[in-house]
Design a binder for this molecule. Structure first.
Ligand SMILES: Nc1ncnc2c1ncn2[C@@H]1O[C@H](COP(=O)(O)OP(=O)(O)OP(=O)(O)O)[C@@H](O)[C@H]1O
Ligand SMILES: [Mg+2]
Length: 284
């Protein structure tokens, strides 16, 4: 899988290209412009819109130098020794530089320190801050990609310069992106006479995961008939339209929360993209 498999997300891809993939491919220019190969990017947005999927695509672009870990797993797997293991994880990333270290569900760890009642959690957060700063080791060539649904729960210290200082909002796909996502999820399925443009029109507000679910549901309809009649029937436009009616967009709840944040907790302008999107969609 590569970035080409990710439908839409042009802004996100551009950012990745400028801040990491481009410099990685051009070592001479990197030296010339004094650009260090390090940094952190926080992907945030509603569930199912492709944050994890995108990270996997970056892995594909880069070959082997990709370490991916869900923070929930870090905390569950290594009770009591999370800091040590976090350190080992970063050490391994440094050893494999250039490397992307993907920390999924970072809100599980980065909860505002004031909210943490367990002091062991606090130690883990502090350890992550230390690792991001690279005090103990040189972070050159280590690019940290993190993802979350709840950036407002993340410790502000994690978002200071030199850490996860760049933020990209990953939104539900627009129409061309929806067509691309639908095409991707139908690529290995038997289809006949499907008008992707029409389906894309009918799925405004659907997340990538919702669209994947639409394709799966349509495939089920065609398979159900094929089993009943003993004759293979291709997935049709009608199957797709019925599936769209069955699958409801799942991002409404997230936007309800996000709306409050954009309205009442955006003094520093960090949620301006979100506010602009909500305004465009007339959600505020
Ligand atoms: N841009 C896209 N192109 C193709 N498929 C996509 C895209 N976005 C999402 N999908 C599909 O939706 C599924 C869910 O996406 P993913 O798990 O990356 O979402 P997420 O943003 O990480 O969600 P969560 O916040 O719940 O972790 C993917 O496995 C993929 O099948
Ligand atoms: Mg995810």
């Amino acid at each position: 899988m590569t970035l080409a498999d990710v439908g839409g997300m042009d802004e996100v891809k551009k950012r990745l290209e400028i801040s990491f993939l481009g410099p990685l491919r051009n070592p001479q220019l990197r030296t010339l412009f004094g650009k260090s190969l390090r940094g952190g990017l926080l992907l945030y947005g509603p569930p199912g819109c492709g944050k994890t999927f995108l990270a996997r695509a970056v892995a594909g672009e880069m070959g082997a130098s990709f370490i991916s870990l869900s923070i929930t797993d870090v905390l569950n797997m290594w009770v009591g020794s999370s800091e040590r293991n976090l350190h080992d994880l970063f050490e391994s990333a440094r050893g494999h530089a250039p490397c992307v270290l993907f920390l999924d569900e970072i809100d599980a760890l980065g909860h505002k320190r004031s909210q943490l009642n367990s002091s062991s959690m606090r130690t883990v957060v502090n350890q992550l801050l230390t690792e991001l700063d690279g005090v103990d080791g040189n972070n050159d060539g280590v690019f940290v990609l993190a993802a979350t649904n709840a950036p407002w729960d993340i410790d502000a210290a994690l978002r200071r310069p030199g850490r996860l200082d760049r933020t990209v909002l990953v939104l539900p796909p627009d129409k061309p992106a929806r067509a691309a996502i639908l095409e991707y999820h139908l690529r290995d399925r038997p289809v006949a006479g499907i008008d992707l443009g029409k389906i894309a029109d009918a799925t405004d507000n659907y997340s990538g995961a919702d669209l994947a679910h639409v394709c799966e549901t349509a495939a089920e309809f065609a398979m159900r008939d094929s089993i009943a009649t003993g004759e293979v029937r291709m997935i049709s436009q009608q199957d797709m339209l019925s599936a769209v009616r069955d699958v409801r967009p799942s991002t409404d709840g997230w936007f309800a929360t996000a709306r409050n944040v954009a309205m009442f907790a955006n003094e520093s302008g960090e949620y301006d993209d979100l506010a602009a999107y909500l305004k465009k969609r007339k959600m505020r």
